[in-house]
Design a protein around this ligand. Structure first.
Ligand code: IVH
Length: 708
């Protein structure tokens, strides 16, 4: 996709784009992981995550508290018990181009300090497009099975996993504790047969085999899972009481010997050239495999090296997923519609003549913003060679595995002679307020605030969404209907909590006797609302729908302030850019100036503040435990590494120190607590001495952190 190259972004553009990416990626995560209903293609998703990471790498100070780089997967669905993973279930970094594979080899070598001529082997295997599952065996017996969930905590699906024929109930020759990880998937043939059965019964059909597998595994009634043809491939592990082997290949061979299906296309490769050859081999066989794969996974074969390489926040350094390219199709753009979001953003949506792209019918695509339609980036430079997009045009649509796609190109030779350039509205199509575009923002926003019905409805939908108040029986559809209803009149969150009283006070009974609502469903809804009158602080903060405050940021704020009273007091007293409350807010690790400005501004806008106050007066807000620091001798300390380290590379040392709660700085200052100096340390060690900062050597450092 032609976008402003990251190295040409201004800081303001970068900030705006990170904000947009955080929102879009978080919505996509939720759709994919929590609702099993993906809304954007895997390729779009990957592209967004990559761009986000690239912008963060160029502007580290702009990294958000709710950065998508720090998140894996989505929220848990209610209904299953939860299981905390003994070893987190992580995700994989993606590669797209052959250069990315060479780059991966380079980075691994650099981290391990391996010269280019030293051998370094990798495995290559298909990336199965299903959902990951961890199976715990104790003394050879299957005791527990869990989904990935958010990576830290998954759903307990033990009974369901027991119904899958590929998964052994009992294994011989395993360590006393062994967690086997792999992918649950459905074959193409089984998927087609299942959809045919579902359709014949008038039940819902699934969009693709992955959704069918996810929907089948996550059934509260294990008998339904048993009737679904699920399969499993083992490819990784979690907790082990003793090591399985010395290499990835041998570990997988042990799984095979124990009776787990492992993928027959797994190859051992001696470097990037062999990895790319395997990629091409697997890609060539993709169509005839009989199940969906979306790329090839490369892993460092030597497990001792895997251990040294370790993990970044959500991905291992020793593996990478090389994804297959997106699929493309041409179709006609019938119209451009404008949708108004929760924060007033005007988002153009392409309505397409339905077309099949990679097996899925596509009829909508995102058009991003007005510049994108006009054929230029936010700086006014041409994209798509400057070709604009007009209603009636033939456009190239692309997607990879799943739903809402993008437009890649326009075919000017098929443009109608009288086609007119699209004029992006400067008035909100919903409330008529002026829609303005702020300096550095690619998006035009409605200025109507709470008077804009579209914003108000979107805010209400956000308020009742699963990660927010999650009120049973009150979803997006109901909220929309209640908003428009002159009698029920749910116009803002507080109105939800006065609904029962207003209903009871009215002799005609407002909710009961209405289309689709009887005595029983109304009573249930009131009970569900009552149940949420008590709410955890982090959920409340998230639910307020303040711009830039995603789930992760809301949790950071809740953990910092602990109670609503403390949070509210601080936000009321704070001024943007100044004073102790502002400094305290910015001192939260993960809270940047953009987020802080947004929260403080929300609390100082009279209409918004009044709406928050009306709501909170009706609630009991539960405190959240204030987060204690990581416990280690170096937690909270600022450390500087200088000179040559002999037992590990600089990158390894830095990652270790950060995992133990230390901050690693590049230069010595009055804030430095400790300098670790290897041979050849020069000016930094001297500066430390001058400032009276403790200087230790590498052995001293390893002794201190207990990792000698
Ligand atoms: S290895 C530490 N191998 O892809 C990560 N993952 O995008 C261990 N997946 O969460 C994962 N096939 O659900 C691995 N052959 C394979 C895979 C695979 C599919 C999935 C898995 C993972 C996701 C990451």
């Amino acid at each position: 996709m032609p976008e402003t190259p990251v190295n040409q972004l201004t800081e303001a553009e970068a900030r705006a784009e990170l904000s947009r990416l955080a929102q879009t990626i978080s919505a996509a995560n939720r759709a994919y992981h929590t609702l099993d209903a993906p809304e954007i293609s895997d390729a779009d998703y990957d592209a967004m995550k990559r761009r986000n990471a690239a912008i963060e790498a160029r502007f580290p100070a702009l990294k958000r508290g709710d950065s998508p780089s720090d998140q894996v997967g989505g929220a848990l669905s209610e209904g299953f018990g939860k299981i905390r993973h003994a070893v987190p279930m992580l995700s994989l970094e993606n590669a797209f181009a052959p250069e990315d594979v060479a780059d991966f080899d380079d980075r691994v070598r650099k981290y391990l300090n391996l010269p280019p001529e030293a051998p370094l082997a990798f495995t290559a295997e298909p990336k199965i497009d299903g959902l990951s599952l961890t199976l715990r065996y104790e003394d050879g017996r299957l005791t527990q099975a869990a989904t990935r969930g958010d990576g830290e905590e998954g759903e307990n699906v033990t009974e369901n996993a027991r119904t899958i024929a590929d998964i052994p109930q009992q294994v011989a020759g395993a360590p006393a504790v062994m967690e086997v990880r792999g992918e649950v998937y459905m074959s193409h043939a089984d998927f087609a047969a299942l959809n045919a059965r579902q359709a014949a019964r008038g039940d819902k059909t699934f969009a693709n085999p992955r959704n069918a597998a996810a929907g089948s595994l996550r059934q509260l009634d294990a008998r339904i899972t048993a009737a679904r043809p699920l399969r499993f491939f083992a490819y990784a592990w979690g907790e082990l009481s003793s090591p399985l082997a010395d290499t990835q290949t041998e570990a997988i061979a042990r799984f095979t010997a124990m009776g787990f299906p492992t993928n027959p296309l797994t190859r051992l490769c001696d470097g990037p050239g062999a990895l790319l050859a395997t990629y091409r081999e697997i890609e060539a066989r993709r169509a005839t495999l009989g199940y969906d794969i979306d790329g090839v996974v490369y892993k460092v074969n030597d497990l001792a090296l895997q251990r040294r390489l370790g993990f970044r926040s959500t991905t291992p350094r020793w593996a990478i997923a090389h994804k297959f390219p997106a699929e493309l199709a041409w179709t006609r753009l019938e119209a451009i519609d404008i949708q108004v979001g929760r924060t007033g953003a005007l988002s153009p949506v392409a309505r397409l003549l339905p077309v099949t792209v990679g097996g899925v019918v596509v009829s909508n695509a995102t058009l991003h913003n007005e510049d994108y339609i006009a054929g230029r980036n936010a700086k006014g430079e041409p994209i798509r060679d400057g070709k604009d997009i007009r209603p009636g045009d033939w456009v190239q649509v692309y997607r990879a595995g799943d739903v809402i796609p993008k437009i890649a190109d326009v075919d000017l030779s098929r443009r109608n002679i009288d086609a007119q350039p699209y004029v992006f509205p400067h008035l909100c199509p919903e409330c008529g307020s002026e829609a303005i575009r702020e300096e550095g923002d690619a998006v035009r926003r409605c200025t109507g605030g709470l008077i804009c019905p579209a914003q108000a409805v979107e805010r209400l939908k956000h308020f009742v969404s699963r990660a927010a108040f999650d009120i049973e029986g009150l979803g997006a559809k109901q909220v929309e209907a209640f908003f428009a209803d002159p009698v029920l009149a749910i116009r803002e969150p507080a109105d939800i909590f006065t609904l029962a009283a207003r209903d009871a006070a009215n002799p005609l009974q407002k909710l009961r006797n209405r289309d689709g609502w009887g005595e029983r469903s109304a009573t249930n809804l009131f009970a569900a609302i009552e149940a949420r009158r008590t709410i955890a602080l982090n959920r409340l903060i998230f639910a307020l729908g303040i711009r830039h405050v995603g789930e992760a940021a809301a949790t950071l704020l809740a953990q910092h302030y602990g109670s609503w009273a403390a949070f509210e007091r601080a936000m009321t007293a704070a001024t943007v850019g100044d004073g102790p409350e502002w400094a305290d807010l910015l001192a939260i690790d993960g809270v940047g100036a953009v987020l802080a400005t947004s929260v403080v501004t929300a609390f100082h806008q009279p209409a918004e503040r009044a709406s928050i106050d009306r709501l909170v007066a009706l609630l009991t807000v539960e405190d959240v435990a204030r987060r204690g620091p990581v416990e280690s001798p170096v937690a909270g300390k600022t450390v500087v590494f200088t000179g040559t380290l002999e037992r590990m590379t600089r990158a390894e040392a830095k990652a270790r120190a950060e995992a133990l709660g230390a901050k690693v700085a590049g230069s010595v200052s009055a804030k430095t607590d400790l300098v670790v100096a290897g041979p050849g340390a020069g000016s930094k060690a001297k500066a430390a001495e001058g400032l009276g900062v403790t200087v230790i050597d590498e052995a001293g450092w390893l002794a201190l952190i207990g990792g000698a």
